[in-house]
Design a protein around this ligand. Structure first.
Ligand SMILES: NC(=O)c1ccc[n+]([C@@H]2O[C@H](COP(=O)([O-])OP(=O)(O)OC[C@H]3O[C@@H](n4cnc5c(N)ncnc54)[C@H](O)[C@@H]3O)[C@@H](O)[C@H]2O)c1
Length: 344
C-alpha cells in the first residue's frame, strides 16, 4: 500500500523560509498543503512558487481550515510561543526555528506545551547537520582521535548580515543568541554537556545595539575544554562566511575543519586530508550552500525520526540544553563570573 504523505504547512515566508520551502520540495514524504505569512504578498508569492495548496495571512484560520500533520514555523522568535500554542490546540506537531524564544520562561513553556499535548517538537537547529560538521562528528564517533579533550569552534566574519536580516541590528542581545547558539549547539554535539562556562562579549560595530563578538570557555562534564568564539566584526580576506572552523583534539590525534571545508584528520601519527564541502542542491548558492543544505539534512532527520517513531535529534528538550548555554554566557559576561548552566 502506498504511504500517505505527511501533510504540512510553513508559517513565515520571509528571508530564511525560502530555504525551508525549497528543501521541503525535495522530500517526497511530505506535501506542502499551505503556507502562511501575515504579509499577503509574501504568502501568495510562496504559494505560487512552491506550489502550495493554499495561502493564508493568519495561522488561526489556517489551522481551522486545514488538516495538518505538522507545521514548520519560520518566523522570528517573539512569535514562536503563541504560534506553538495554536498548533498544540489543533493537535499539530511542530518544527520551530531557532532561537526557540526570547526568554528562558518562553522556551520552557513551548517545550511543556508540546509535551503535555503529546506532540513532537523539533527546534530547527541546523548547524550540527551541516555536511562538513557531520563529517567531523562521524570521525569523532568512530574514535579516530580517541576521547576528545579540547575543542575550538570558531565563526569569525565581517559579512553584512544586517542586509538580509535588518532586525539583527536592533536586538539588545545579538551574536550569542543569534549565531553563538548554533556554535554552542555544535559544541554540545561533539564535546557533550557543559559543567561551567565563562564568557566575554564586545560590541565593535557602533551602528548596532547588541554585542557582535563573544568568546566562551566551557568546562565539560567529562573534564574536556572548549573555546567557542564568534564574531561579526572580523575584517579579513578571503571572507569565510558562513564557515565554522573546528579543531578537536583527543589523546590519539586531531580533527580539523579548515578553510574551504578542508577536513584534516591526524590519527595515530598518520594524516588524511579531504574536502568535506557539500554537494549542494541546485537552489542553493555559494557561499551560503553549506547552511542551505543543512536545512534539507535537518528536515530529512525530522521525517526519518517521524517514520521510525523516535525523537528528533534537536528536540525541544535537547534544545533547552543549548539555550541554557546562551543564557549562562550572557549571565557570565554581565557578572564577569564563571556560571553553571541549567542541565535539566
Ligand atoms: N537556522 C539558520 O541558519 C537561520 C538563518 C537565518 C534566520 N534564521 C531564523 O529564522 C527565523 C526567521 O528569520 P528571517 O530572517 O527569515 O525573518 P523574516 O523577518 O525575513 O521572516 C519572517 C516572516 O514571518 C512573518 N511572520 C511574522 N509573524 C507571523 C505570524 N504571527 N504569522 C504569520 N507570519 C508571520 C513575517 O511577515 C515575515 O515574512 C528567525 O528565528 C531567525 O533566527 C535561522
Amino acid at each position: 500500500m502506498a504511504q500517505t504523505k505527511l501533510r504540512m504547512a510553513v508559517i513565515g515566508c520571509g528571508f530564511f523560509a525560502q530555504n525551508h520551502l525549497n528543501a521541503w520540495g525535495m522530500i517526497p514524504e511530505v506535501e506542502l498543503v499551505a503556507v502562511c505569512d501575515r504579509d499577503p504578498e509574501k504568502a501568495e508569492a510562496a504559494r505560487a512558487r512552491f506550489h502550495a495548496g493554499r495561502a493564508y495571512t493568519g495561522a488561526e484560520a489556517m489551522f481551522q481550515a486545514e488538516r495538518l500533520d505538522f507545521v514548520d514555523i519560520v518566523t522570528t522568535m517573539e512569535t514562536h510561543r503563541p504560534l506553538v500554542a495554536l498548533a498544540a490546540q489543533h493537535g499539530v506537531h511542530v518544527i520551530v526555528q531557532k532561537p526557540l524564544a526570547p526568554s528562558w520562561e518562553d522556551c520552557v513553556a513551548i517545550v511543556e506545551t508540546c509535551r503535555v499535548a503529546g506532540l513532537r517538537l523539533m527546534v530547527h537547529e541546523n548547524f550540527r547537520f551541516q555536511t562538513p560538521i557531520l563529517a567531523v562528528r562521524k570521525a569523532v564517533a568512530e574514535g579516530r582521535i580517541g576521547t576528545p579533550h579540547f575543542a575550538q569552534l570558531s565563526f569569525r566574519s565581517g559579512y553584512d548580515v544586517y542586509a538580509g536580516q535588518p532586525y539583527l541590528a536592533t536586538e539588545k542581545r545579538f551574536i550569542l543568541i543569534d549565531l553563538g547558539i548554533h556554535i554552542l549547539d555544535v559544541c554540545r554535539a561533539i564535546m557533550g554537556e557543559a559543567r561551567t562556562l565563562y564568557s566575554v562579549t564586545q560590541r565593535i560595530n557602533p551602528a548596532i545595539v547588541g554585542e557582535d563578538v563573544a568568546t566562551t570557555v566551557i568546562r565539560h562534564e567529562n573534564g574536556g575544554t572548549s573555546i567557542v568564539d564568534c564574531s561579526y566584526s572580523s575584517q579579513r580576506l578571503p571572507e569565510l562566511f558562513p564557515q565554522t572552523i573546528l579543531r578537536i583534539e583527543g589523546e590519539r590525534g586531531t580533527i580539523e575543519l579548515l578553510e574551504d571545508y578542508c577536513l584534516r584528520i591526524t590519527s595515530n601519527g598518520a594524516v588524511e586530508e579531504r574536502s568535506a564541502e557539500p554537494d549542494a542542491p541546485s537552489w542553493t548558492a555559494k557561499p551560503w550552500h553549506v547552511v542551505q543544505e543543512s536545512v534539507l539534512n535537518l528536515q530529512r532527520q525530522w521525517v526519518s525520526a517521524w517514520l521510525d517513531g523516535t525523537e528528533p535529534e534537536t528536540s525541544g528538550a535537547d534544545n533547552l540544553l543549548t539555550y541554557s548555554l546562551v543564557m549562562a554566557a550572557y549571565e557570565s559576561a554581565e557578572r564577569n563570573a564563571v556560571v553553571v548552566p541549567w542541565r535539566g
